[in-house]
Design a protein around this ligand. Structure first.
Ligand code: BV8
Length: 253
């Protein structure tokens, strides 16, 4: 049953009864923190699209331009705070019997809100990686001391993120697929559902009869596959949904 609008008791009950809950998030969950999304009107950075800059080819051709983009994003995120949607997901993690957050976001705002069971499936812009040595380390400098940043070996460092055309980290994929194979409820929040393989993740649970629910401001390619779609801001919709789940669990205790 697809419903758009207020949260049905049936939906609340199924989320409350979930034995293995997965939340998948995209840039939309950070939008209310003031972090621009990729494909919305505010998603464009200057005249570029994410697909133009988030690639190994772009980095090889013009590391300064790619690092200008990431440095601008780091500075924007450093000034941002987690929002009510991030906090609602922290509460859901505490309520759920088994929980995994799979985020496509590289901004670290879920961790800042307090989420613990997380797979950063596209990496993190708060980690740098040396392409020559492979070593990865955290770097929270805002602004960066040099752009582009260099490794002690002399190589230009890159953000520890997954670019288009790059494979996702095997251990992250393994953890995600293991959880999806078991999940009876997947909530997809704030993603346009166009980037693979994450866009196909909800189908894994759906195929096995799991509940799939979307929270988004707009209709996406995933919407027709969902059992329920809640249209609106995640920061407005998630807190009451989680409150209702808390009450449903409490009333059964
Ligand atoms: C892969 C990097 C195997 C980090 C990102 C040709 C060659 C190679 C691969 C491909 C190819 N053709 C297709 C592919 C696959 C490709 C792909 O999917 N391309 C798409 C564009 C068609 N995928 C890959 O390349 C992946 N790797 O497949 O490896 C392989 C390897 C080699 C060859 C073949 C296959 C790697 C994908 C990862 C790319 N890296 N980011 C960074 O800098 O961020 S993707 C980028 O998009 C971000 O990670 C982001 O998370 C992701 C998805 O975007 P969204 O999060 O959904 O954000 P978006 O702005 O799009 O949407 C926001 C949504 O929120 C909207 O719906 C909006 O309505 C909603 N919203 C807004 N405000 C709110 C809200 N909702 C609720 N409340 C609000 N307030």
């Amino acid at each position: 049953m697809r419903k758009t609008g207020p949260i049905s008791d049936q939906l609340v009950d199924r989320v409350a009864r979930s034995k293995s809950l997965i939340v998948i998030t995209g840039a939309g969950i950070s939008a209310e923190s003031g972090v621009p999304t990729f494909r919305g009107e505010s998603g464009l950075w200057k005249q570029y699209r994410a697909e133009d800059l988030a690639t190994p080819q772009a980095f090889h051709k013009n590391p300064n331009l790619v690092w200008d983009w990431y440095s601008w994003r780091r500075e924007t995120i450093a000034r941002s705070e987690s929002n009510a949607a991030h906090l609602a997901i922290v509460e859901l993690e505490e309520l759920a019997s088994a929980f995994l957050l799979i985020t496509q976001n590289v901004d670290g705002l879920h961790q800042r809100a307090g989420s613990r069971s997380i797979v950063e499936i596209h990496g993190s812009l708060w980690r740098l990686r040396c392409p020559a040595e492979g070593k990865v380390f955290e770097n929270l400098e805002v602004p960066l001391s040099e752009i582009p940043p260099h490794c002690s070996c002399g190589a230009i460092l890159r953000p520890d993120v997954v670019w288009f055309g790059e494979s996702l980290a095997a251990e992250n994929l393994k953890e995600a697929y293991r959880a999806l194979e078991k999940s009876d409820c997947v909530m997809v929040v704030g993603t346009s559902g166009v980037v693979q393989p994450v866009a196909s993740f909800p189908l894994i649970a759906k195929k096995r009869g799991g509940l799939v629910l979307e929270v988004n401001r707009e209709v996406t390619p995933l919407s027709p596959l969902m059992d329920e779609c809640l249209h609106g801001n995640a920061g407005d919709l998630l807190p009451p949904l989680v409150e209702a789940v808390r009450e449903a669990i409490g009333s059964r205790a």
